[in-house]
Design a protein around this ligand. Sequence first.
Ligand SMILES: Cc1ncc(COP(=O)(O)O)c(C=O)c1O
Length: 389
Amino acid sequence: MKIPYSRIQLTGNEEKYLKEVLESGWLTTSRKAMEFEEAFANFVGAKYACAVNSCTAALHLAVEAIGIKEGDKVLIPTMTFTATAEIVRYLGANPVFCDVEYGTSLLTPSILSEALIKHKDIKAVILVHFGGQSPLMHTSDGTGIVDICRKNNIFLIEDAAHAFPAKFEDKYIGTFGDATCFSFYANKTITTAEGGMLVTNNEIIYKRAKTMRLHGINRDVWNRFTNSNNKCSWEYDIIAPGYKYNMPDINAAIGLAQLEKAEDFREHRQYCATKYFNLLSDISCIDLPQNIGPINNHAWHLFPIQIKAEARVSRNEFIEKMAENGVGTSVHYKPLHRMSYYKNAYKLLPEAYPNAEKIWESTVSLPIYPDLTTKELDYISQTIHAILC
Ligand SMILES: Cc1ncc(COP(=O)(O)O)c(C=O)c1O
């Protein structure tokens, strides 16, 4: 069998909506992007959504919109993709890295509280909903992530690249913090090939992000070309040196079709996760991922397992053997404190991140996607048993 690590499903209205765009005579940001924004905002229950060409762009716009400036400090979990931290550097601000919890790879309320005691001048936190699950955002005694940020007057940006659709309690991720950023990269839970979405309930953040998304122009370029009201349709102003981050309609068309299936996709990934929990629970030399909420609140973008030190193969050997047997895997992540740029620029030492170190040395992510079959899941489990037992 050949089972890739990731496989996308484009079996819904993708072609139909793409055809509509091709026939519309306007390929870049226009009606489809606006439709996608509206549908996405409705889905997560947010007032505003701003479609962009990546989650990286959404994160950059979010930190810019809340006013992060040169020299500011932004708290970021070390166990994430570089995009979470690089966008802080775009603005000349500095990431302050913190450890994560073993089992979930999340920045927890207690890790956040400790970090804020150590670093008094944090302006914002970028929370990563690692793998597709949310940490405790609110608690009855006011000690959740959002509660702590509000009490300390700190902005909260959510990196939800893995977490669509995910919930905390009975509410979709999207409006807990000041802004939430989603990814529609090719291997994400829904895709537009490349793409992202910034959602927020804050009108000021939305307006700033919308302007900066397109060169700092004070109104939509689409209006510039298609405004039927001929009055001054050529005129626009530049109010800031913005960016070129808009999402073309071509991508939005795919996104709209994917959005229609987002919950079905999630349910199948949950089925895969449940199968893995059942099939792999007898293997003592691995740790399975920990759920902190109900299983159906989780987006199940990742299914990372830990190969413990006592296993008869190392994590790297495990990955090689899985590949020899036709099963693709991945690693999330080599933590940022180990990456040359961050390590050297901020003199970071591995000892400061004991949980991330333990995770990184042993972690491997198994395939989990909407058309992964029961037969394939059984084969993956049999292969893992053959390698480890
Ligand atoms: C946690 C996290 N944040 C941000 C990103 C960036 O997403 P994009 O590729 O859409 O810019 C990724 C991409 O893999 C990610 O995993």
